[in-house]
Design a protein around this ligand. Structure first.
Ligand SMILES: O=C(Nc1cc(-c2cc3c([nH]2)[C@]2(CCCNC2)CNC3=O)ccn1)c1cccc(C(F)(F)F)c1
Length: 325
């Protein structure tokens, strides 16, 4: 279970920063016994931090989720912290890899389908445990290595939450069914459907290199979402510009349209997404046409903050919606 001795007894912690998550920085560290390289995420102790740790630990047996090796509870300068030791993902983040593939050769629709399939398998596992991730974005998708057959895994449970398909009160003993209002009975938790929306945004970007919803003028990296962008998201207003999308299969666009359905209750479940034509037989059916994604990602990477902000905003917006509903 959670270890309380100093993590430095068992690991040499490097100041080499692997990135900064919502709840805290991520460093490389080395097991003093085996020399194994790991990743270490340090978060200030709080109810939110405990929820992140518990949900990530619960989900970590899934081959499509970054494995949690162990958890430490330590005091750092009077502040109690939780430290998550994770498997080291040597291939880095999703978009870095797509850019690199594009430099070496071509990045095809079938490779895109394989990437989306892996992310859907992670979401399928979480939803089967009644966990919604609620922060699906490229920076939280990492590859085990730089090899051809490297696995793609999901991380960062900073916004994850447990959600049942129907409201909890339905089964609580105090519940008297005579007086239940219809909307209470049919109330779904939309947390899971907010993951399906996120999958739609990521699938769109993997196939072309830019997001479906973004504001035209430069959105500040952490600023508020522009009203224009909010309007586009609420209206589900996005396009498949011919220049980038005329070589992409109809099945891919049909799946994106289904995932980017504005009404949460009309969005497909993760099971339905995985049963789609585009994903169910991607290995032999999806065309091997090459995509512009890598070139667009490279060219856009300076504005990437813009697009990164757009994804962050879209996720935040969806979380807010899922709470509201
Ligand atoms: O980050 C790398 N390896 C890695 C990273 C993580 C990791 C866990 C979390 C994060 N990274 C982030 C960092 C900020 C962005 N969101 C994800 C926040 N939340 C996490 O839970 C876990 C295991 N191995 C890496 C490895 C090799 C090369 C490279 C790069 F390509 F960048 F040089 C990166």
């Amino acid at each position: 279970q959670t270890k309380r001795n100093a993590i430095t007894d068992d690991y040499e912690v490097r100041t080499e920063k692997l990135g900064a998550g919502i709840n805290g920085p991520v460093y490389a560290c080395f097991d003093r016994q085996t020399g194994q390289k790991c990743a270490l995420k340090i978060i200030k102790d709080s109810a939110k931090a405990r929820r992140e740790v518990n949900l990530h630990k619960k989900a970590s047996e899934c081959p499509y989720i970054v494995h949690v090796i162990e958890i430490y509870e330590n005091k750092h300068s009077k502040q109690r912290c939780l430290l998550i030791v994770m498997e080291y993902m040597a291939g880095g983040e999703l978009f870095n890899r797509i850019k690199r593939i594009g430099v070496e050769g071509s990045f095809t629709e079938r490779q895109a389908a394989s990437i989306v399939h892996s992310i859907c398998k992670a979401v399928q596992y979480l939803h089967s445990l009644n966990i919604a991730h609620r922060d699906l974005k490229p920076e939280n998708l990492l590859f085990t290595s730089n090899d051809e057959g490297a696995a793609l895994k999901l991380t960062d449970f900073g916004f994850a939450k447990e959600c049942s398909d129907s409201v909890k009160t339905l089964h609580s003993p105090c519940y008297t069914s005579y007086y239940v209002a219809p909307e209470v009975l049919s109330k779904q938790s939309y947390d899971k459907s907010c993951d399906i929306w996120g999958l739609g945004v990521i699938t769109y970007i993997v196939l072309c290199g830019y997001p479906p919803f973004y504001s035209l003028h430069n959105a500040p990296i952490n600023g508020p979402m522009s009203p224009e962008m909010k309007r586009k998201i609420r209206a589900g207003e996005y396009r498949f510009p011919d220049s980038d999308w005329n070589t992409v299969s109809r099945e891919a666009k049909d799946l994106i349209r289904a995932m980017l359905t504005v009404e949460p209750e009309s969005r497909p479940t993760i099971e339905e997404v995985l049963q789609s034509t585009w994903l169910s037989k991607f290995a032999e059916k999806v065309p091997n046409t090459s995509l512009n994604t890598p070139a667009v990602l490279v060219e856009q990477s300076e504005q990437w903050t813009d697009v990164g902000a757009a994804i962050r905003e879209t996720n935040a917006y969806n979380r807010m919606l899922s709470v509201e509903s």
